[in-house]
Design a protein around this ligand. Structure first.
Ligand code: SF4
Length: 748
């Protein structure tokens, strides 16, 4: 603080003031303020040599105050001193704001007329910090909501599902001054990780505290579960929480504003909240106007949850407002912002990389994992128990899901299976508020029943088999298609159901005619394997083999090893994408102990590669020598060169061998939605040949009922030719692995 200006300590020195010290002090408040009812406290502090008077006046009386101004004004924040005041001012030389904020004083006009303006930056630091924590605890732990539930006579523990744990979560401070730091110390004591955005704080502050510094506001917003605002209101900070900033908040984040209301753009907030209109409502105030802040207590992962400072919260936070100001500071004296070093990027909170960064590089924590999950989330059985199976459950999860989609799910669920794990739902992109799944989201398209079946004779009819020819079924659960290998239909159920499933008769049909895996069928199969030495490999497929318990799986593998110790055992799975928590250390140990040699990984899109996926993959790779990919080619999901490039390179980077790219099978459901013409598939794979590392390019195959056919990529005489059947459907004719001429529907 510059000594050339008077400060309140000068005022306290009693009967011998400096020659130019003020002799009259006015304590100014508004009638509606009510912060001061007498100036006796101030009088006692400055001593009898200075005349202290209380002036309670309205804003319209401020010009009059200016004309007969005292030398010093102690100003409460309901009265503004504008440029007009300073233009009319006759002899006031010092204004002391009895608050941290000083936005109610035009400091530029004060400076121009030689008036020093002071504020009290340490006013209410602990109280505001305490109150910030109280608001955060209430929002995160849903204290008020659950308290109301119990007071209403409720005792339903499920109401507390989704209440998040603070330990390990990330708290982001916008503004790291006194209050911000006090909040950080409190949050850290809960085991939370602290990040901050404040370009004015000296470099090295983050090292001193062991916190993470963000040089970008939006990166901080995206990385933290709780964000609190601790900035003064200034032209720089007014509406700093604009629409873009509000939308940058992580899903389910809690935003707490205990600084001035105008730091948040109310219109933008209203738009964001309006889009979040939900069944539950909570009224909140910010700035001077009321706003409706919607919250949803129901779903486990509510969308944006905003807790805004009531206009009186600051007062509540500070307790009794009237107290002797400490050491006033020159208003606006924040120094210069520290600039980002050229090329410097905001670091992420140690293990919470920014969502954008996570999208590019699989890291140990999923984007959505940055948000706390319900207890049990990482238990694969919990995921199955809580899998969504009805339109009602989808509506609870995505309250904005269009009614026509819900009707389709309802209609569909009566005959076919519909099931999605919460984990997979959490990967589905939604509109900003997580209310409505995006129609074109590649993951949602796979699991959401929509679009009709294709009407031609090659469409799905609920009866005709695609792949399992009767003559190949050597036992009810064993299919011997190729000479040296046998597929075991080990399961008819899955973690979640792909609405295009090539095995739909087995998996999707509620009343499937396919035999299930029973002990007697298995004994038959073991006998067959014992008698057929030409079988070198057994493939456990399904459905999803990992829907069985470790004990059941260990029993089957032990049986195989007993009957044919030298058999190669391969397992096909989609666990890593639908429920990666299934891949426990115990499962890996089972696979290791029974020497499973290969694992075919069913995956469709790069968005399915999350840190949890990577963790599961690493576990499998530690147990199984060969992990390779099986990718169905699906329109609207991955049938574009760029997506396939990203998927293939990501898998390659993770050490997954490129396996097959499967063309769509004719008698599979929802072909209207997913079918890709063969020429389009060839174009995509040709593009991959140019832009994807060679070992990462999968083999493009038509899964014809008589066996897979590798699609040639370039035109040549011997390559497939188009023809038409009697119904006018375009067919692709080619010679299969047995040397027979066969056809495959290939509508344009
Ligand atoms: S996981 Fe595999 S078997 Fe199960 S529904 Fe999806 S595609 Fe079909």
């Amino acid at each position: 603080m510059s000594r050339s200006h008077t400060d309140s300590r000068d005022l306290q020195r009693g009967p011998a003031p400096a020659p130019n010290a003020p002799r009259v002090v006015a304590v100014v408040d508004a009638p509606e303020g009510g912060y001061v009812d007498s100036a006796d406290l101030e009088q006692r502090e400055v001593g009898s040599g200075i005349d202290v008077r209380l002036r309670v006046l309205s804003q319209s009386e401020v010009p009059e105050l200016a004309r007969r101004a005292p030398e010093c004004i102690i100003l409460w924040h309901r009265i503004s001193l504008t440029a007009e005041f300073f233009a009319l001012n006759s002899c006031c030389r010092v204004v002391v704001c009895a608050s941290v904020g000083h936005d109610h004083v035009d400091t530029e006009a004060a400076r121009a007329s030689g008036v020093a303006v002071y504020h009290v930056p340490d006013y209410g630091v602990d109280e505001v910090a305490d109150h910030t924590l109280a608001l955060a605890l209430n929002a995160v732990r849903r204290v008020r909501e659950l308290d109301a539930h119990v007071r209403d006579g409720g005792w339903e523990w499920r109401r507390a599902e989704g209440v998040r744990r603070l330990r390990g979560a990330a708290w982001g401070l916008v503004g790291c001054g006194r209050i911000g730091q006090a909040v950080a110390r409190r949050a850290a004591s809960f085991g939370m990780r602290i990040g901050f955005y404040d370009p004015y704080v000296h470099p090295g502050t983050e090292k001193a505290h062991g916190w993470t510094r963000f040089w970008s506001l939006h990166e901080l917003l995206a990385a933290c579960e709780v964000v609190s605002l601790h900035v003064p209101l200034s032209p720089e900070t007014e509406h700093m929480m604009d629409r873009a900033a509000l939308e940058a908040l992580a899903p389910g984040a809690v935003l707490i504003n205990t600084s001035r209301g105008a730091v948040v753009d109310e219109d933008a907030l209203r738009q964001v909240l309006d889009r979040g209109r939900r069944t539950g409502r909570r009224r909140a105030r910010t700035g001077r106007r009321r706003l409706a802040a919607r919250t949803s207590p129901g779903p486990p992962h509510p969308p944006l949850r905003l807790l805004l400072r009531r206009v009186d919260d600051r007062t509540a936070a500070q307790g009794r407002p009237r107290r002797r100001p400490g050491a006033p500071r020159r208003a606006g004296d924040r120094g210069r912002p520290h600039r980002v070093r050229p090329g410097a990027r905001s670091p992420s909170l140690s293990d919470v990389p920014s969502r954008r960064a996570q999208r590019r590089v699989p890291m140990p924590l999923a984007p959505k994992e940055a948000v706390a999950r319900p207890v049990g989330w990482k238990d694969w059985k919990w995921q199955q128990r809580h899998a969504v199976r009805t339109a009602g459950a989808i509506k609870e999860y995505f309250p904005g899901c269009p009614p026509e989609v819900l009707r389709e799910i309802d209609a569909h669920a009566s005959t076919r299976r519909f099931q999605v794990t919460p984990y997979y739902l959490s990967l589905i992109r939604t509109d900003g508020d997580r209310l409505r799944p995006l129609e074109d989201d590649p993951l949602w398209r796979q699991v959401c029943p929509s679009a009709p079946e294709r009407a031609d004779p090659y469409g799905y009819d609920g009866e005709s088999e695609n792949w399992e020819l009767d003559e190949e079924m050597v036992t009810p659960v064993a299919q011997h298609k190729y000479g040296n290998r046998v597929i075991i239909r080990y399961s008819n159920i899955c973690h979640a159901y792909c609405q295009f499933c090539y095995e739909a008769l087995r998996t999707l049909e509620r009343n499937s005619s396919k035999p299930s895996f029973e002990r007697r069928h298995w004994l038959q199969t073991l006998d067959y394997l014992a008698d057929h030495a030409e079988v070198e490999e057994v493939i456990l497929s399904g459905g999803e083999p990992f829907m069985h318990s470790d004990e059941q799986l260990a029993g089957v593998l032990a049986d195989l090893r007993e009957v044919r110790p030298e058999l190669i055992v391969r397992i096909h799975t989609r666990s890593l994408t639908f429920n990666p928590f299934r891949v426990t250390e115990a499962l890996a140990q089972t696979l290791r102990a029974h020497e499973v040699q290969a694992l075919g990984l069913h995956i469709t899109h790069p968005n399915e590669i999350t840190p949890v996926f990577v963790e599961a993959l690493r576990r499998l790779q530690s147990a199984v020598p060969l992990v390779f990919s099986n990718v169905p080619l699906l329109r609207g999901v991955n049938a574009c060169p760029e997506t396939m490039r990203e998927l293939s390179m990501s898998l390659y980077r993770l050490g997954v061998h490129a396996g097959y790219l499967y063309h769509f099978m004719p008698r599979s459901p929802k072909s209207e939605l997913f079918w890709v013409p063969v020429d389009e598939g060839r174009r995509i794979v040709r593009s991959m040949k140019r832009h994807v590392s060679n070992p990462a390019v999968p083999e493009y195959v038509l899964p014809h009922p008589t066996g897979k056919y590798t699609v040639p990529l370039h035109d040549a005489d011997e390559h497939p030719r188009h023809e038409q059947d009697s119904d006018g459907v375009r067919l692709l004719g080619f010679v299969n692995w047995r040397g027979e001429h066969v056809t495959y529907p290939d509508p344009e």
